[in-house]
Design a protein around this ligand. Structure first.
Ligand code: FES
Ligand code: FES
Length: 160
């Protein structure tokens, strides 16, 4: 069997559940999440690592999952958009703020935005508008524009 054909078993915790999958070495984490684990809230919006739609948390840090090989996540703890709310049927605080401030239209970018905003608020709990715009600079929204997204995040800062 050639190097390319070799498969590796990846074991990780995803949204609090231990899972494993057999993957090719070249498989990206985003494809493991979507194809093997069926968590399709994590989106693929580009092939240049620019859009941020694939953002998840890897060991508590927001990362673009299209920039990480699945094998590199072996042993890690991953949180996707499906796992952000402590109650599965409810929205988390960031999702609620987006809903209340009309911070989405088609919603394609929203899961990645939410993951990046969670990181932003951990890093800058008192974020101002510049911090917010900088914090979501790696996430592209093609339809809402950024005004209402910034207002949504500001509402979370104001509550703290
Ligand atoms: S799909 Fe990962 S940055 Fe676009
Ligand atoms: S809500 Fe449509 S791309 Fe952001």
């Amino acid at each position: 069997m050639s190097e390319v054909e070799k498969r590796h078993v990846v074991t990780l915790e995803i949204n609090g559940v231990r899972r494993n999958a057999e993957v090719e070495p070249r498989k990206l984490l985003v494809h493991l999440i979507r194809e093997d684990f069926g968590l399709t809230g994590t989106h693929v919006g580009c092939d240049t690592s620019q859009c941020g739609a694939c953002t998840v948390e890897l060991d508590g840090q927001a990362i673009k999952s299209c920039t990480v090989l699945a094998v590199m996540a072996d042993g890690a703890s991953i949180t996707t958009i499906e796992g952000v709310s402590p109650v599965a049927s409810r929205l988390d605080a960031v999702q609620t703020a987006f809903h209340e401030h009309h911070a989405l239209q088609c919603g394609f970018c929203t899961p990645g935005m939410v993951m990046s905003v969670r990181q932003l608020l951990r890093d800058h709990p008192d974020a101002n508008e510049d911090d917010i715009r900088h914090g979501i600079a790696g996430n592209i929204c093609r339809c809402t524009g950024y005004h209402n997204i910034v207002r949504a995040v500001e509402s979370l800062v104001a509550k703290d």
